[in-house]
Design a binder for this molecule. Structure first.
Ligand code: PLP
Length: 413
């Protein structure tokens, strides 16, 4: 997909638009408009990316109408069998997909490739080791965690007794606070991982704390999974009991989720996905995930992830040079947060104005946020999508100056 965007050759997509338009003209036109928006805008949403045409083709393949409730034969989990006939090829596909993901992360952990999304992966991962009402210690939404990490408006906040560790005054995860709260609360599980955290996460230290209080240690690596696969971030494998991820962020695959777990948890993980949380797996998405894993094993993938991080550092430094306040004062990964709390305008105002000039990012809360999540005092900026489209450091420096112009315009109003 992204190479087409750059080469100005969109034949593949245009053919598809025409096909859709023949049956449902409005739908074809809406997709075409979105395609053009994606093509013309500078995409800085840290949780998005462009997947390859091979991933897209697998995702749109004939596997999309195959029912295959259950699991392929000979899974390590002991969950044998499907509830439908004619699954010999999707069985092969799903086993292959599992093997490839183990290879990507160089692990012998059990893997379940069926979760339809990151949220569903978390739902099932929790279910595999927790009972309703169990205590969990995680990072709050305000501090950069995800909704599924215990927000009151999410299943996690309702089903479990969620507690949160803090970030320090500079926005770094406060490991002393993690330790103190773990010892006080004796949670059943400690969760690390975030949606808006720009620094390396100390998985070995988290694991040590979890072990010292007898808690399960889970990592949601949805944002940084591509970096982990490429060795740009310390791996949680070997430290965490459970690991979840999405496949559509830095991993650059189709929308979906994965759960990894220590071998002793295999059966529990599988039954928490099917039959507990889901019915038939999306075998076409599993095929897309398999293509994504094959791509992640190629040397170009490593180069890409390295460039994502280099770009992010340079982009972030340019804002710092211009005098902006960046949460934690920098970045180690694919994203950073601009703290705009000194301004009258909100994160949402900046997001909306940037939308008008063709730059897409999202508003985001900052530590000690005073505004509502619908307004916010910051924005989150990521480099994964534009790096897929070939952007290098100097391109991001230019974008930093474009954003600076818009901020000055809003500040002068
Ligand atoms: N976990 C983290 C850390 C995320 O950032 C996200 C999504 O942004 C999710 C889970 C949920 O993924 P999904 O949107 O696929 O449900």
């Amino acid at each position: 997909m992204f190479d087409k965007f750059n080469n100005d050759d969109s034949s593949y997509n245009v053919e598809n638009f025409e096909l859709i338009k023949k049956t449902a003209p409005e739908v074809g036109e809406m997709i075409e408009k979105e395609y053009n928006r994606q093509r013309n805008n500078i995409e800085l949403i840290a949780s998005e990316n462009y997947c390859s045409e091979a991933v897209l083709a697998a995702n749109g393949s004939c596997l999309c109408w195959k029912y295959a409730e259950g699991y392929p034969y000979e899974r390590t989990s002991g969950n044998k069998g499907r509830y439908y006939g004619g699954t010999e090829f999707v069985d092969e596909m799903e086993e292959y997909c599992c093997d490839k993901w183990r290879e990507v992360f160089n692990t012998d952990y059990h893997v379940n490739v069926q979760p339809h999304s990151g949220s569903q992966a978390n739902f099932s991962a929790y279910k595999s080791v927790l009972k309703t009402g169990d205590k969990v210690l995680s990072m709050s939404l305000n501090n950069g965690g995800h909704l599924t990490h215990g927000s009151a408006v999410n299943f996690s906040g309702e089903l479990y007794d969620m507690h949160f560790y803090d970030v320090d005054d500079n926005g770094f995860i406060d490991m002393e606070d993690v330790k103190r709260k773990a010892e006080e609360l004796k949670p059943k599980m400690i969760l690390a991982g975030a949606s808006a955290y720009s620094r390396k996460i100390d998985f070995p230290k988290f694991a040590e704390i979890a072990k010292s209080v007898g808690a399960y240690f889970m990592v949601d690596m949805a944002h940084i999974a591509g970096l982990v696969a490429a060795g740009e971030h310390v791996s949680p494998f070997g430290y965490a009991d459970l690991i979840t991820t999405t496949t559509h962020k830095t991993l650059r695959g189709p929308r979906g989720g994965l759960i990894f777990g220590r071998l002793g948890l295999a059966k529990k993980i599988d039954s928490a996905v099917f039959p507990y949380a889901q019915g038939g797996p999306l075998e076409h998405v599993i095929a897309g995930k398999a293509v994504c894993a094959v791509e992640a094993l190629k040397p170009e993938f490593k180069e890409y992830q390295h460039q994502v991080v280099l770009n992010c550092k340079e982009f972030c430094n340019e804002f710092i040079k211009m005098g902006y306040n960046v949460v934690t004062g920098g970045t180690d990964n694919h994203l950073f947060l601009l703290d705009l709390s000194e301004y009258e305008f909100t994160g949402r105002d900046l997001q909306n104005r940037l939308d008008e000039v063709g730059i897409t990012l999202n508003k985001n809360s900052v530590p000690n946020e005073k505004r509502s999540p619908m307004q916010t005092s910051g924005v989150r900026i990521g480099t994964a999508p534009m790096t897929s489209r070939g952007y290098k450091e100097e391109d991001f420096v230019k974008v930093a100056h474009n954003i600076d112009e818009v901020i000055k315009e809003l500040a002068s109003k």
